[in-house]
Design a protein around this ligand. Structure first.
Ligand code: TYM
Length: 347
């Protein structure tokens, strides 16, 4: 079983594609039970625009489908359509997650610092965000086979997923074995960085669009963005070790390797001794060649609104079957009866 979520917080970019979507599609080839969801209840923890919110979510669904997500082998749904996520989050927040753990979350600290710059304070939801993420993952259990659920994500989610494992373990410790501990699958293109600042992650919510390559960018814009990406004055080195702290070079080579299905070693060997012009040219070519067919499918899927609504309805229904089963077991484990005060067994 596989589960992953993506927030509808802006334009999907190649970091999301390489970090989560491409690995998800690859894993899906060998796994019948795949759940992918739009994390809309996560996205409302920060500023969002109610007028465009629903469209952003649907565009994201269309893009995931255009990347070849197979709805015969899995469900795609909106998190807000499966209320078990928030109910489970409340239970985990009360029984298994601790304030000290949330205080250590780097993403919360970073987001809080960014808000403080504008004299804004974080929402309570932003603080408890990782507990909702734990609920998202732990609802999807392969109880029949006892195999851990795989969670494909980019490296920026490692800390949150380690916390999910900890929360599951402490719940089991307190209430008896209820959860199979999930298995984070961190992408081999671990973290794609901004095109201008190799120390900052490429992000959907970055106000400067030139920092990222959006999945929907036309070819000329992709060429332009790579041409303007930060470089240094040296030639490309001969080994990965020699990249050292040339973070912008490392980032461009990482992107190239991921799109060309090469290791970083192979990508370095391919460009060794060449200048940045050659790297940027080939990089733009390979990214455009990969994205153009995806974009054509995206535009087509996006237009088929009714089919998408039906598919999301089916996806939510499929997810609910699994989620309500897990929630039932969790409620039972903590001694909360289902239905009119009676336990399911007595109904
Ligand atoms: P989000 O929406 O920020 O990102 C979606 C996925 O894309 C990956 N990613 C990246 N990978 C490589 N380089 C980057 N620059 C980059 N930026 C983003 C993320 O690691 C993620 O896999 N908290 C999650 C959403 C979520 C979730 C979950 C994920 C909510 N519940 C349960 C897995 C399981 C998030 O903010 O992703």
């Amino acid at each position: 079983m596989i589960i992953t979520g993506i927030q509808p917080t802006g334009n999907l970019h190649i970091g999301n594609y390489l970090g989560a979507i491409k690995p998800l599609i690859a894993l899906q080839q060998n796994d019948e039970d795949t759940y992918a969801f739009i994390a809309d209840y996560h996205a409302i923890t920060a500023n969002f625009d109610p007028a465009s919110f629903s469209q952003v979510s649907r565009d994201l669904v269309a893009m995931i489908l255009a990347c070849d997500f197979d709805t015969e082998r899995g469900s795609i749904f909106l998190q807000s359509d499966v209320p078990e996520h928030t109910e489970m989050a409340h239970i985990l927040g009360c029984t298994a997650a601790r304030v000290g753990q949330l205080n250590r979350m780097i993403q919360f600290k970073e987001k809080m610092a960014a808000l403080a710059e504008n004299e804004e304070t974080p929402s309570v939801g932003l603080y408890t965000y990782p507990v909702l993420q734990a609920a998202d993952v732990l609802l999807y259990q392969d109880a029949e086979n006892g195999t851990p659920t795989k969670v494909p994500v980019g490296d920026d989610q490692s800390q949150h997923l380690n916390l999910v494992v900890d929360i599951a373990a402490s719940f089991n410790h307190r209430f008896g074995d209820t959860f199979i501990l999930p298995k984070p699958v961190i992408s081999t293109a671990p973290r794609i960085m901004s095109l201008f600042d190799g120390t900052k992650k490429m992000s959907k919510s970055d106000p400067d669009d030139m920092n990222r390559i959006n999945m929907s960018d036309p070819a000329d814009r992709i060429v332009k963005k790579f041409r303007k990406a930060t470089t240094d004055q040296h030639m490309i080195c001969g080994t990965v070790e020699e990249i050292g702290d040339r973070v912008c070079l490392r980032n461009l080579l990482t992107i190239y390797a991921a799109f060309a299905d090469m290791t970083l070693d192979e990508a370095v060997a391919h460009f060794a001794g060449k200048g940045f012009g050659a790297l940027k040219g080939e990089l733009a070519d390979i990214v455009v060649a990969t994205l153009e067919p995806i974009q054509a499918r995206y535009l087509d899927i996006r237009e088929r609104k009714q089919a998408m609504s039906q598919m999301l309805g089916r996806g939510a229904m499929g997810a609910s079957i699994m989620a309500s089963d897990t929630l039932h077991r969790v409620r039972k484990a903590i001694g909360i009866a289902d239905r009119n005060g009676l336990g399911e067994d007595e109904v």
